[in-house]
Design a protein around this ligand. Sequence first.
Ligand SMILES: Cc1ncc(C[n+]2csc(CCOP(=O)(O)OP(=O)(O)O)c2C)c(N)n1
Ligand SMILES: [Mg+2]
Length: 700
Amino acid sequence: MSIATVSPSSPVLQTMDLACINAIRTLSMDGVQAANSGHPGTPMALAPVAYCLWQQFLRFDPQDPVWPNRDRFVLSIGHASMLLYSLLHLTEVRAVSKDYETLGEVSVPLDAIKSFRQLDSRCPGHPEYRWTSGVETTTGPLGQGVATSVGMAIARQWLAARYNRQGFEDLFDFNVYALCGDGCMMEGISSEAASLAGHLKLSNLCWIYDNNHITIEGNTALAFTEDVATRFIGYGWNVTRVGDANDLEMLARAFRTFQDTKDRPTLIIVDSHIGYGAPHKQDTSGAHGEPLGEEEVRLAKRSYGWPEDKKFFVPEGVYDHFRQGIGKRGQQLRDAWFARISEYRKQYPELAEELFRMQHRQLPDGWDRELPEFPADPKGLATRESSAEVLNAAAKNIPWLIGGSADLGPSTKTRITQEGAGDFSAENYAGRNFHFGIREHAMGAILNGLSLVKVRPFGSGFFIFVDYMRGSMRLSALMELPVIYVFTHDSIGVGEDGPTHQPIEQLAHMRSMPGLIVIRPADANEVREAWKVILQLHHEPAVLVLTRQAVPTIDRTKYAAASGLARGAYILADAPAGNPEVILIATGSEVALCLEAYEQLSKEGVRARVVSMPSWELFDDQDRNYRDAVLPPHVKARVSVEEASDFGWSKYTSSEGHNVCIESFGASAPLKQLLKKFGFTAERIIAAAKSQIAQQRAQS
Ligand SMILES: Cc1ncc(C[n+]2csc(CCOP(=O)(O)OP(=O)(O)O)c2C)c(N)n1
Ligand SMILES: [Mg+2]
């Protein structure tokens, strides 16, 4: 039946399908109108698409929205959030606690819809993971959702390859659906992600493209004339079309085509009319980002055959209809799955235990038993090299630690080398080494998708290219996902590659992001401690910043233990009686330089302290006593040393302190010449320390 053919004057309950669809539409319109802010047009247009998918196909149990084998639904057009909230409300999805326990109450009560976009409402402007149960990922920045869905689809393939066993071939067989629009299609990240998805033949992935020809500025003819279908065919996708978003039959057929397609992802292109039913706003950008207005709402309701004056109206039978559809199907599937997992636990207790721990973000017992200790060595090794050893020692005992690189694995050294680790590919979904290709932005989003399905992902690249993936990293932080980012080639230390490859402002960027833990370890043993901290994080993404060049392995019998890293900063070397007159603070490769300066200063009778400060965030988290013990407030002579912008360092050195830093872009030359040019020498640090002491004396 094409519901478009239903006459405008048809009674509300002409069909239950139509009542449900129009309830989605009108709740969305009323929510936006009450908030006087939001995007009504797309929920109005796509209500039938979402309804068809949820009611007929989605394997999702509203009573248990975190059941591991549920289908995932991603609203990549986050601005159309009211569409999702209406669905969550009408299907009576239950709230889940932070410990993954289902609570009795519904996730989105009608009151939440009435307070759409207001402070503390469960219906914020864009869907937020961890805030509204049933929201699978935070969306809003266009393109992120679809790219994240690729990570979810990959995660399912990996889980299936590892955990589906004889008699349990369907333990993990969930599908991932993402609803996207013109904006998602225009953003480069969708191209990166779709290209990889096609390459990996992710047949459990379905994107639904709302081809409404409208974006904010007007018709897509302004800036978007490419042939999306041909583009996706080129990526190796199955492409199908539904010419009318109101045609439930054709929609169902398209979803069946997706389910029957076993060798590639599917794109369903749906032609829709934004603001469907609103007489003055349909098919215009006026329906995109502002309320329809009271009168237009009334007229749209009239066109649906809806009571014009009723607000937030849910006709009788609608909730029950959803209960009988998605509700019943979802619950049966979910219950059957849990019954099977009890069987599975009997037959494969170890695998079942792995799954339990993974799903609760726990680690296996003894996961850190093989982490290496590194002997003192003045020549040392690059922290990317020591990281490779530590990562591999951890990976041995954490089977679901998986990841890879954006084509820089040989440089970032993040390959899991143990026998059988393998490469993830269309032919081997059990591989633990991923090849994201040169697609940093999509890599970030895919890591988020992997993490949302609860495997433990890492991704690596050159630190400079963090600029290409910040959008996704920001969502890792916002969603509190423990994604691990490994970045090497962390400074002018890269030498000859020159300024395009030498990070300057990237540390400041990363440190300014709420919820992200940045660690720049000084030597091999700090690298071990850094991985220890990172792997135990539950709700924070981490950035591990590593050198390309060798750094000395600090003699821990002479200086303090590397375990101090866990507190973010620690006293590595001190004045004999612990009463320094100057403090040298450094991170990463500059710590060794400070130790050199310290030795010289000590010889000259200057009382210096060296603080290794691998992580601002971890240090800021310590109590006042500890922070004051490391950086005593009365010792005002301070020098920070870091081969990067000094942005933010005055927090620790004060405006009177001295920051040895880089205030320009770098340069292309052998490292030795660069260190001299940019002043990273023990002599300069010594001079700065002395000048700081003199300045403080003059003031006191
Ligand atoms: C990365 C990013 N850039 C810009 C925006 C602002 N924005 C929100 S919606 C939108 C237009 C999206 O058009 P489309 O995807 O076609 O959605 P429709 O208007 O059809 O619902 C824009 C530019 C955004 N949310 N994310
Ligand atoms: Mg559009």
